[in-house]
Structure formats: structure tokens, C-alpha cells
Design a protein around this ligand. Structure first.
Ligand code: LLP
Length: 397
């Protein structure tokens, strides 16, 4: 049985192998994220099944959600991790991940972050620019310590997603341009302590169309052959993350279907190449696992429009304000009342603090609880203490 959230007996409930669980007791006077570990497990195993025919490893993108229990789950499920700061490296080491399982990505790594990673023998550093490559060369020389690097490439592929989360087009700051590969080759050949073990690309996030991902794979496969001819013996190709979820749909079977289709594409492309495939999914593993529970403070009508004012907002869940992202918002307990159309807004002193525009919901009363769905990815991890309201609580089931 799939684990997730369903309406049963007029309540939104969490369902897992132990049955149906009311979410009402989880809310204790403060906005609360609830994460369902079983649904994450099911997605990990869906990826692992989809990739069975190729040598492969999943490195969970910690930035999506760095809750300790989720990191521990990744470790126990034979997933490596993908991090983007020394802070994330430290956190993963603290929960017991092996340094060799860590891939250190990210475009602005400081001197100290690179030293820290090399001293701690992280498995691989994904390099984003020739400048970073030179810095790694200099640091590894002075530490006299080997480091494996992957070159993150920018394959110049546009994707249909929000422009702020498209990362593989030539206008984006990410990755080394393909035209700079020969220069990277010379630099690396000159480096005593650098082993070039991987190439990769991450072309964006919240991608539902597999076509650009296929283009990226084809591009990496070509570059892999080119480098082989240059006697660069790579061990892996890193396809990044990016697979999205349909935030408007409650048909989670589609998520699993997408993972299977993506896995098939990877197998078809790489099964005869003998190279190991690395994936860095974030959202597609954890988004559906989370709900953000919040309380209605006021129902306001200004003569023009209805506002449902809740005690959570852009400080806890920035996605709607930053990317105009859609998240379903539902009452935790449904009751017979007329529907109203309203904006569901938070307490922050900004007009961008809207969690949902023009939503039709049964008219709530002050004190009622609402759930913002699919909040497991890039929710708590992007939250702030803006206006000093405090962070949301996080609870794992
Ligand atoms: N690998 C790299 C190098 C990345 O930069 C990212 C995400 C991932 C993997 C994981 O991507 P995913 O599978 O989660 O799509 N805050 C935005 C998403 C930003 C994604 C940043 N990079 C949002 O809320 O939609």
C-alpha cells in the first residue's frame, strides 16, 4: 500500500503500514511540518528498482530537506548524499554518513569549505568553474591530499520550469561551459592530487517533461566518449536531480510512474556503456512526504475580497511567494459550511505573503486548522525568521 495523506471520516489523515493517523494532535499551538518517512522510503525504493539494470547510486540532495531523521533514512537506505555547503557536509557527518558517500556541489565554495571537504576526505567535489578548479588544485597541493572531482557541465539546455530554478542554460550561472572542457583537461592533467572521476549536469528543478533530461544525458554521453579518447578514465556520470511532482494533482501514482519512466530512459541510454550513474534527486523523494499544519487566526472581508489569515506564511514556506508555486491547501477537518473564495495569507508584513490565491474552501472559523500539502521539499529548508515569528516545528512520523 502507498503511504501518504488521504481524507477519511471528514479528516485529512496520514496513512502508513500501521493504519490511518489523525494529524490533529500534531498541531500544538504553532505551525508544524509533519513528515511521513514511509512515503520517502517508497520513493527511494522506486528509484532503486527503476535503476536496477545499471550500476548506479542515488545521492539525496540535502538542500531539499535536511531533517536529521530524513538524513538517517537516506544513510540506512544505501543512499549517498549531495551537499552544497560545509554546513551540510558537517550535518551529514554528524548523522553518521560516510564521508566517501558525500558529493560536494555548489557554485560558490569558499577556500575554507574546500579545505574542510578535502581534509575530511569527501567522496567527490563537483566543480563549477575553472576558477574553482584552480583553487582546488592549490589547496590539494598544499594539503598534499588526493581529491576526486566531478566536472559539472552546463549543456545549454532550456527547460520548462520557473526561470529561477532552471540551471542548465547558457544564461545560468551554473556549470562549466562545454567549450571550456579542453582547458579543464589541461589543468587537471597538471594537478598532482586531483583525480578526475566524474562529469555531470543538473539542468534544473521541478522538471516534468523527460525530453530535456534525455538531451542532457545524450550530451554527457558524448562528452564521456570524447574524454575516453583523451585517456580520461571517468568512473561515473552524474545526472543531477530535477524530477518534479505535479503539485496540483493528488494522484501520487503518477510520481511513481515518472520515476519508472525516467529510470527506463537512463537504462536505455547507458546500459551498454559500463559507466556508473549517479542521481541527485531531492524534491521527487521528499516533497509529498510533508504537510505544513497551520491555524486560522482571522477571516477578513474588506468589502472587496475574503482573506483567511493564518499563523504561517512566507517565512515558513517561501515557494508561493518566490516562484508563484502552487500548493494545495485543505482543511484538516472538513465540516458542513458554505464555500468561500479567499486568499490564504500569512502574518508577514508583505503583500507577497500569500500561500494561495483565490482558493475555494469551506468557510473556516477562527482556530480551525489547515494543511498545506506537498511541503516536504524546500519548505523548512528555505524558511527564515523574518519578522521574528520563529521557525515552524518539525515532526517526523
Ligand atoms: N543537484 C544539484 C546540483 C542541485 O542544485 C539541486 C537543486 C538538486 C540536485 C536537487 O534537485 P531536485 O531533485 O530537488 O529538483 N527551491 C526550489 C528548488 C531549487 C533547487 C536547487 N537545486 C524550489 O522550491 O522549487
Amino acid at each position: 500500500m502507498r503511504s501518504g495523506y488521504v481524507f477519511k471520516d471528514s479528516e485529512l489523515k496520514l496513512v502508513n503500514s500501521k493504519g490511518f493517523h489523525s494529524l490533529l494532535p500534531f498541531y500544538e499551538a504553532h505551525p508544524t511540518y509533519v513528515y511521513n518517512l514511509e512515503s520517502i522510503k517508497q520513493r527511494i525504493s522506486s528509484y532503486q528498482t527503476a535503476l536496477k539494470g545499471v550500476d548506479s547510486k542515488i545521492h539525496y540532495a540535502v538542500k531539499a530537506n535536511s531533517h536529521d531523521s530524513i538524513l538517517s533514512l537516506m544513510k540506512d537506505s544505501d543512499c549517498g548524499i549531495d551537499v552544497v555547503s560545509a554546513g551540510e557536509v558537517k550535518k551529514c557527518l554528524e548523522v553518521g554518513s560516510a564521508a566517501s558517500d558525500i558529493i560536494f556541489s555548489g557554485i560558490g565554495k569558499s577556500h575554507d569549505e574546500i579545505s574542510f571537504a578535502i581534509k575530511n576526505s569527501v567522496g567527490q567535489i563537483n566543480v563549477e568553474s575553472l576558477g574553482e578548479l584552480k583553487r582546488i588544485q592549490q589547496i590539494s597541493n598544499s594539503l598534499k591530499k588526493n581529491v576526486n572531482i566531478g566536472l559539472r557541465l552546463n549543456p545549454d539546455i532550456p527547460v520548462k520550469t520557473h526561470p529561477y530554478i532552471a540551471t542548465g542554460f547558457r544564461e545560468n550561472k551554473f556549470g562549466v561551459a562545454l567549450s571550456q572542457i579542453p582547458e579543464a583537461l589541461v589543468l587537471i592533467k597538471d594537478s598532482k592530487y586531483i583525480s578526475w572521476t566524474s562529469i555531470g549536469a543538473h539542468i534544473g528543478s521541478q522538471i516534468l517533461d523527460l525530453d530535456p533530461l534525455k538531451k542532457s544525458m545524450d550530451s554527457l554521453k558524448k562528452i564521456y566518449s570524447f574524454l575516453k579518447n583523451q585517456e580520461v578514465a571517468l568512473e561515473s556520470i552524474d545526472l543531477g536531480g530535477g524530477l518534479g511532482v505535479d503539485y496540483r494533482s493528488d494522484d501520487e501514482e503518477l510520481d511513481f510512474q515518472n520515476i519508472q519512466n525516467y529510470g527506463k530512459l537512463i537504462q536505455d541510454t547507458f546500459k551498454d556503456s559500463g559507466i556508473k550513474i549517479i542521481l541527485e534527486p531531492g524534491r521527487s523523494l521528499v516533497a509529498r512526504s510533508g504537510v505544513l499544519l497551520m491555524k486560522v487566526e482571522y477571516i477578513k472581508n474588506n468589502g472587496f475580497k475574503n482573506f483567511v489569515i493564518v499563523n504561517s506564511g512566507m517565512h515558513h514556506m517561501l515557494r508561493p511567494a518566490l516562484y508563484q508555486a502552487f500548493h494545495r491547501i485543505q482543511p484538516l477537518k472538513t465540516k458542513e459550511s458554505e464555500n468561500i473564495v479567499c486568499d490564504i495569507v500569512g502574518p508577514i508584513c508583505e503583500s507577497s505573503d500569500v500561500l494561495g490565491f483565490d482558493r475555494q474552501i469551506p468557510k473556516p472559523e477562527e482556530g480551525d486548522l489547515l494543511a498545506l500539502r506537498d511541503a516536504g521539499a524546500y519548505g523548512a529548508s528555505m524558511s527564515s525568521n523574518y519578522n521574528l515569528h520563529g521557525l515552524a516545528k518539525e515532526i517526523v512520523v
